[in-house]
Structures are given as structure tokens and as C-alpha cells.
Design a protein around this ligand. Structure first.
Ligand code: GLA
Length: 730
């Protein structure tokens, strides 16, 4: 890792172990993108900016500066001076103009990586060396200073980018669009890889060709969303796990976002990412600054796998702060699919008793324990225990659970308020709304206005009071609706455009405070399943509920897309009953366990209704969890085969960091008649080591397992699965 400035050539070189990123200054003014790709050192690459060919830079051709501006590969594009491609920055002045042009002013190279105020971002950690480049630019006409920030860690190939704006003028500025990163490159027949989805069908990998003009992936729902992961990648055609080039951007943010890819008239591409400009406007008073959230950029010329590993390692080493990151988490049973709202202490304890006997370590009491919450139309905001359901409150429940050797986890939806709640009756103004306009109902609830300090205080104290007065080991922090009628009666007219971003900052502030006061709390974020599964939330919680769809078949595609970016240890996954409550599919109990083991693992069912055989299988699964969890949590993930692509089987593996063992998960999604064993090539092993297949005792050379493959014996039935464990023979 090194940042170097070649003063003569006016070129910045940023290198990680395998990558290099070059930035050039043209005419002492224009900050241009020269190169991002495999590591190289030579600063003689400035010609790649094409400043010697028409359109020439303004110093040589002021007659047609616009032609230059519309073709120049900008590090950070602005609107209004001839670059007609997608801008990163749009600023309105007090006079109403929106034009902005940035000129290079100076640079700083810093040891370490500064935090972003109020925002989650990757951090160096105890042993991580980091370096940061700050390029300072200015628009003197409007008094705006723009700092482009680039950071790298010694142990990672990722590049973190963010932008800081400072109003150094005399008048207010109105930020209408402030994106966080821009990448201008020549097109190489790229295709766009994204992770679209829906509720219960999150993050399915999807490719699309690039067309001239702009294409995008975005969310305007107030959350990063089920529908769009804040991720976009450009890949060369026919990319595989191990071959092809990929340029990826992932946004460390949990609200509205926009990622655009624009194929220009000159067959160059501009890839941008940042806060969605729709409805966004931030008032920047003289002397104030604004930080745009961080974008993680990853380049790989060895296919998707290297990209995945870079993200996984970055998030494990530099983003997830929880002390549970490297700890085995308790096996939990969540009562949502078991009881929905229909429970009381007796029913929970009956479940807990049998669960405890099977080896479950924690009962998570989901929605329905507070206020008059017997359905989803009331009581959000009234965070008082319903003693009719739970006599003696949480103290009695935890005491009884303790006798069974179990901990208590609890569900909250702190950001919401039901129309039918004491909180809403007392403070209708605390909901996000526009006076005089009917507020759209969604799941019977409204969203609290987290731009209001007293709302933050109320929400925080409601959650904290419960945690202060009962021994609660785990919180599932849910969020179950999207934003509409976006208005705040707290903010004045000029600041209404700040609400969505202030809301996200409010969520971050709440979780930051919570973790400070309760450092031992295991936090799991959730948004109607996986609607806010993003790197921003990962900064606060080491695991996120991946999807309300617990069907093992559906989960293969959901978890595959999620694991493209996120370590398996972050993916909330539970075993539930069949027919599955969302899709009605029946899959073997064993397979449901294998798929849940590819995440955090736990249960979401009424154990008192399971058969004896299922009880036995459950005990077996929990034993598997204890055996394999350290490997799954700490190892390297390999996507080996995708049922989404081949429609027959899915396979992934986790290899120990020292390559001494590998756990292979194989699920046959569609059985086939009269078929031989399936050949699967493993990856990531030591070619020269010998491995014992633990289940059969057979010994194989690492190279044979990788080049020749293993033969998975034929399985009977759709969704039949198998775990295969290979351990190095020393
Ligand atoms: C959301 C969550 C579920 C459950 C319900 C409770 O949908 O994703 O797991 O907690 O809310 O209302």
C-alpha cells in the first residue's frame, strides 16, 4: 500500500498489493482518472488521459472547452460547464445558479483513515495500517471546497472513497446532488452486475448488457431496500469465478442511493454512486461541511471470487465492530414463524423447554410482547411489556428461561409508530408526514421523524429502559415500511430535503448509543427480512436477517447473492417448518439445516409440534453447528455451482485460512433419473496436501480434489443435500 505523488508529471499513484489507481492533474486544474487495474508502478501513464488528441485541454484550445469537458475522464464530475454526462455534484447558489466547476488546489497524504462524522465507514483497526489521499478542489465562484478522499489498508485491495464539502463562501449553498464516487473508463464490452430482488426474494445476481445512455440501480424507499442492493459492478463478458475483470462499487449507507452507469458517445463508461438526489437537498451554511458516505471500490482481474474475497476480508477486518464477529453466537430459536402474535409466557416456556433440551441456547421473543400488540396494526412506539401475555414482565421470563439454561433475545421496531398507539395519540407530529396530506398507511404504521432530537431521545430511552431492566442478550432491530409523504414538522421549509438523510443519520446515532451503553449486546438488524442488508448496518450489527423467506430452496439464491459481498457469518439464516410459510415448498429437514449452516444458524419454528425424528435431526444439526461454526465463520467462501444457473444443483464451500480443512455443502435442487454421481471441483486447497474425506475415510490429494474433483454420490429426491468435510492429513 502506498500513495505517491509524482510532482513533475502531476500524477498520483495509489497502490495496493494487486491493484493500482492513477489520477492526473491537467493544466494544473482538471483532476482526471487515468487508470484502475492490475498493479503497475510507472507514472508515465499520463498519456492515457488523451490530452494530446482532440478535444485538447483548454490551455491549448480554450475555443472549445466544452468539447474537452464532455470527453475528459473526471475523478469527480460536476454539472453546468460542458460535461453533459451524469454529474456527481449539483449545487444551487442563493442566486439560483446550479453550475459548479472544480479546480485542483492541493493535496495531503495522511497516515491512517479519518472517520466520517456520523457515518459508518471502514476503519483501520488495531493492527491495520492505512493511508489516505486527500485531493482538495475548489469552485472559487461559489466558495465551495471539495475534498476527494481515497483510503487504503495494508491488508486489502479495496479502495475507499468519500467526499467532503465545505462552504467557504459568504452565502448559503444548497446541495442538490452529492455523490460519493465516480469512475470514468473506456468500455471493454462491459456488462453490469447487480443484485435486484423483492421482499422474500432479495439479492439475486443479475447481468445486463450496457446500452448507450444511462442505466441505473437505485432506491428511493428511504432504505437501501429489498429491491436494490447498493452495489454495482462492471464485468468483462463471460466472467467466471476465476477469470475476467470486474470493477465493483458498494455503498456504506442505509438509505436512498443511486448507482449509474453511463455509456457515452465515445464508448467510455462513467460509473457513479452516492445518495439518491431525488428529494435530496442539503443546506450548507457558510463554514459548514457535509460528508458524503463512503463507497468501497474493488477491482479484480481474476473473476468474481477475488472480488468476493476482497469484500469479505474488508468487512471482517475493517467494518464489523461487534465483539461477536469472531465468536460463536448462541443457537437461537425465534418464535415468529412458531407463534406469530399468538403467544404468552406459558407457550414460550413450553417451546423454550424442549428447545433447551435439544441444545438451543437462546429464545428470541419476536413481535407481540408489548402494548396491545396482538396483530400488526397497533402499539408500535408503546414499548411497555404486555403483562397479560407475560405476567411478571421480562424479569419473570428471563428468570424462567435461566432455569432452562437459556438466554433471552427480544424484538424491537424502534423507528416506527402505529396509528393506534399511545405514542401517536400523544405526538402525531412525531411521524414523518406532510400536514394536510393523507399519510399512506403501510403495515398499519408510520415512520418516526428521526430528525427530531426528542424523538431520538424517546426511541433510545424506550429501548434502553427495557435493556437496563432485564437480562437481554440479543436484540433484533426491525424496520418494516418504506417512506412516503416525506415531510417533517420539525424542519423548516428550506430543510425538508434533508429529512431522508437525517433519518439515516438518526438510525446510526441510535445504534451507536445502544452499543456504547450495552457493549455486550448481540445486535441483529432486520428490515422485513433483508431490506436493509447493507454495509452501513453491518458496521453496527455483526449479522443481519437475510430474508423473511426461510425456504431452503429460495434461500440458495438469496444467500448466494448476499455472499457475493458479505461474509457467511453475517447472514441471518434459520431452519423453519414445511410446507414453508412463504412458498409452500417441502424440503428435507436435513437440507434446511445445511442451508442455515451457511449463515448464522438458528430455528424459527414451534419445536413442540415437531416429530421425534425431527427432534433427533435437530440435535444432530446443532452438533454440526458446534463442529463447523468456527470454520464457517472464519474461513474463505467459495461459490462452486449455482442452481440459479444450472437448475439442478447448488454447491458452495468454506476453506480454513490455513487450508487444513474444507466443508462442502451440496444441494440437489432437482433430482434426475438414471444419473451418475456428480463431479464437483473444489477450490482453495493446498494442491500438495492430502485430505481425508471424513465421512468415507478416503484420502485424496489436494490437486486431485481441485483439478479432478470429488464424486458426489447420487441423491434421492428434490432438495436432497449433503455436507462433505475434508481434513488435511498431516
Ligand atoms: C418482519 C421481520 C420478521 C418478523 C416480523 C414481525 O417482517 O422480518 O422476521 O420479525 O417483522 O412483525
Amino acid at each position: 500500500m502506498a500513495i505517491f505523488f509524482d510532482e513533475q508529471k502531476e500524477i498520483f499513484r495509489l497502490t495496493t498489493e494487486h491493484t493500482a489507481y492513477f489520477i492526473g492533474i491537467v493544466d494544473g486544474t482538471y483532476v482526471g482518472h487515468i487508470y484502475y487495474g492490475p498493479r503497475m508502478e510507472d507514472c508515465g501513464c499520463g498519456y492515457l488521459l488523451r490530452t494530446k488528441e482532440s478535444p485538447l485541454p483548454p490551455s491549448e484550445n480554450i475555443w472549445d472547452k466544452a468539447a474537452f469537458a464532455d470527453a475528459f475522464p473526471y475523478e469527480y464530475s460536476t454539472w453546468g460547464v460542458g460535461d453533459f454526462r451524469n454529474p456527481c455534484l449539483c449545487v444551487r447558489t442563493a442566486q439560483g445558479s446550479r453550475t459548479c466547476e472544480l479546480s485542483y488546489e492541493s493535496y495531503r497524504i495522511l497516515e491512517g483513515k479519518p472517520d466520517l462524522p456520523g457515518l459508518p465507514s471502514a476503519f483501520a483497526g488495531e493492527n491495520g495500517a492505512a493511508e489516505t489521499l486527500e485531493i482538495v478542489c475548489r469552485d472559487t465562484c461559489i466558495g465551495l471546497k471539495v475534498i476527494l478522499r481515497y483510503s487504503m489498508f495494508a491488508d486489502s485491495d479495496a479502495l475507499m472513497r468519500s467526499v467532503l464539502l465545505v462552504n467557504e463562501g459568504e452565502e448559503e449553498l444548497y446541495l442538490e446532488r452529492v455523490l460519493s464516487a465516480c469512475l470514468d473508463m473506456d468500455d471493454e464490452s462491459y456488462q453490469m452486475l447487480t443484485l435486484p430482488g423483492s421482499w422474500a426474494r432479495e439479492r439475486h445476481m443479475e447481468y445486463r448488457p450496457l446500452r448507450h445512455g444511462s442505466q441505473e440501480v437505485s432506491s428511493q424507499r428511504g432504505i437501501s431496500s429489498h429491491q436494490a442492493q447498493p452495489f454495482v459492478a462492471l464485468t468483462t463478458p463471460n466472467i467466471t469465478e476465476t477469470t475476467g475483470e470486474v470493477y465493483a462499487m458498494h455503498f456504506v449507507y442505509s438509505g436512498n442511493f443511486q448507482a449509474q452507469v453511463e455509456l457515452s458517445q465515445f464508448d467510455t463508461v462513467r460509473m457513479t454512486m452516492g445518495i439518491h438526489p431525488q428529494g435530496f437537498e442539503w443546506v450548507l451554511k457558510p463554514g459548514e461541511s457535509f460528508a458524503a458516505p463512503e463507497v468501497v471500490c474493488v477491482y479484480s482481474n481474476q473473476g468474481l471470487r477475488a472480488m468476493t474475497h476482497t469484500f469479505h476480508e474488508l468487512y471482517r477486518n475493517h467494518l464489523i465492530r461487534s465483539r461477536y464477529l469472531h465468536q460463536k453466537r448462541p443457537v437461537l430459536l425465534n418464535n415468529w414463524e412458531a407463534t406469530y402474535f399468538d403467544f404468552d409466557a406459558d407457550r414460550l416456556l413450553a417451546i423454550a423447554k424442549e428447545a433447551g433440551e435439544a441444545g438451543v441456547e437462546m429464545l428470541v421473543m419476536d413481535d407481540g410482547w408489548f402494548g396491545k400488540r396482538n396483530h400488526d396494526h397497533c402499539s408500535l412506539g408503546d414499548w411497555q411489556v404486555n403483562e397479560e401475555k407475560l405476567p411478571g414482565g421480562l424479569a419473570a421470563l428471563t428468570a424462567n428461561l435461566k432455569k432452562l439454561g437459556m438466554k433471552l433475545g427480544i424484538w424491537f421496531e424502534p423507528e416506527m409508530v402505529s396509528k393506534d398507539s399511545d405514542l401517536y395519540r400523544a405526538h402525531p407530529d412525531w411521524a414523518i408526514h406532510i400536514p394536510g396530506r393523507e399519510l399512506t398507511m403501510s403495515r398499519g404504521q408510520y415512520i418516526l421523524d428521526l430528525s427530531r432530537p426528542e424523538v431520538i431521545e424517546y426511541v433510545y430511552e424506550s429501548v434502553a429502559e427495557i435493556l437496563r431492566n432485564a437480562e437481554i442478550a440479543y436484540v433484533k432491530w426491525d424496520m418494516n415500511r418504506q417512506m412516503t409523504e416525506i415531510g417533517s414538522t420539525f424542519l423548516d421549509a428550506a430543510h425538508q430535503g434533508e429529512l431522508c438523510h437525517r433519518y439515516v443519520l438518526g438510525v446510526y446515532e441510535l445504534q451507536e448509543r445502544l452499543l456504547k451503553e450495552f457493549p455486550d449486546l448481540l445486535l441483529e438488524n432486520c428490515t422485513s427480512g433483508g431490506g436493509r442488508f447493507d454495509p452501513g448496518m453491518l458496521y453496527f450489527s455483526p449479522q443481519i436477517w437475510c430474508s423473511d423467506d426461510t425456504d431452503a430452496g429460495e434461500r440458495l439464491a438469496i444467500q448466494e447473492g448476499t455472499a457475493l459481498l458479505y461474509p457467511l457469518s453475517t447472514i441471518g439464516a434459520h431452519v423453519s417448518v414445511c410446507p414453508n410459510h412463504i412458498v409452500g415448498r417441502v424440503t428435507p429437514f436435513e437440507t434446511r439445516g445445511y442451508v442455515a449452516l451457511g449463515g448464522t444458524f438458528g430455528y424459527e419454528l414451534d419445536i413442540t409440534k415437531l416429530s421425534e425424528e425431527e427432534h433427533r435431526l435437530m440435535r444432530e444439526q446443532i452438533a454440526l453447528y458446534h463442529t463447523y461454526q468456527p470454520l464457517i465463520r472464519e474461513g474463505d467462501y467459495y461459490r462452486i455451482a449455482s442452481a440459479r444457473e444450472n437448475h439442478q444443483y447448488d454447491c458452495f464451500s468454506v476453506v480454513a485460512k490455513d487450508r487444513s480443512e474444507v466443508l462442502v455443502t451440496f444441494i440437489q435442487t432437482a433430482a434426475r433419473a438414471n444419473y451418475h454421481s456428480r463431479k464437483i471441483r473444489l477450490a482453495g486447497l493446498n494442491p500438495r496436501a492430502a485430505y481425508r474425506w471424513q465421512e468415507t475415510g478416503e484420502i485424496y490429494a489436494g490437486e486431485t480434489l481441485m483439478m479432478g474433483g470429488i464424486l458426489v454420490p447420487p441423491l434421492m429426491g428434490d432438495y436432497a443435500g449433503r455436507l462433505m468435510h475434508f481434513v488435511e492429513v498431516r
